[in-house]
Design a protein around this ligand. Structure first.
Ligand SMILES: C[S@@+](CC[C@H](N)C(=O)[O-])C[C@H]1O[C@@H](n2cnc3c(N)ncnc32)[C@H](O)[C@@H]1O
Length: 226
């Protein structure tokens, strides 16, 4: 298609020639929708500190990193029948808390940064109101629990290209993508993770924001397996 810049793209979208929304992709194993987990530890986010919109956006605890991850994953969740689940792990020694957030259980819309930030504040201040499961556990217990029905993929720029995520690895188990938030995993976390023999995958030589990495993973899965 030759691009003339005279409004043809907008016109085609209006007429439905260019679909602005990608079709629904199917990820299931023997008819059961797969779960895609995104496990992201943070050592800085604390439940104890008061959180307001102003202190969260650009604040040192970097709750905003998670707001963006939530926003980006919510945009993908309606495009496939896999269940997307965010596992936020607060690794500060006084926390050791896991928040397991199935995105289809969120009733309030997350369509922009403000809504994503409000969700995060609500989640950290009063998770019970949102019906989110919280467990106090160390990182290795969390990994053991997930490993029972997940294949692990550790996101690192020094891993193998994401294209090694092929049909064989998609079969038989749910997928769990593990990545750092504003910081990489610690040595201890990596050591714990290594016991589960994760596949190391890279989305390129450069370092990307965690919220970008989750989008790249979804983009890859949805274009490869559509
Ligand atoms: C913002 S980065 C972490 C901080 C970064 N390593 C730094 O200090 O500059 C967030 C996480 O996204 C993942 N990540 C970033 N770039 C990546 C890449 N090119 N390939 C795979 N994973 C990547 C890693 O898990 C990383 O810990």
């Amino acid at each position: 298609m030759q691009f003339t810049g005279d409004g043809q793209i907008l016109e085609q979208k209006k007429r439905g020639v260019v679909n602005p929304y990608p079709p629904l992709y199917s990820f299931n194993f023997r008819g059961i929708p797969m779960n895609f987990f995104f496990l992201i530890p943070s050592s800085t986010i604390r439940t104890s500190t008061p959180k307001k919109i102003k202190s969260v956006i650009g604040g040192q605890k970097r709750v905003d990193v998670f707001s963006r991850i939530m926003l980006n994953l919510c945009r993908w969740k309606d495009r496939c029948d896999a269940k997307l689940v965010v596992v936020l792990y607060l690794s500060h020694p006084e926390e050791n808390l896991t928040f397991t957030i199935p995105l289809d259980s969120i009733s309030s819309p997350i369509e922009n940064e403000l809504e994503a930030t409000e969700f995060m504040i609500h989640l950290l201040n009063s998770p019970d109101e949102l019906g989110i499961t919280i467990e106090k556990q160390d990182f290795s217990t969390l990994l053991s629990n997930l490993a029972s029905d997940c294949n692990f993929f550790y996101l690192t720029s020094s891993g193998e290209d994401i294209s090694q995520l092929d049909e064989d690895s998609m079969k038989s188990k749910n997928l769990c993508f593990i990545l750092g938030s504003q910081m990489d995993l610690t040595h201890t976390q990596e050591k714990n993770l290594s016991k589960f023999n994760p596949t190391l995958i890279s989305v390129g030589d450069r370092e990307y924001l965690a919220s970008h990495v989750v989008s790249i993973i979804n983009h890859y899965l949805f274009t490869k397996f559509k």
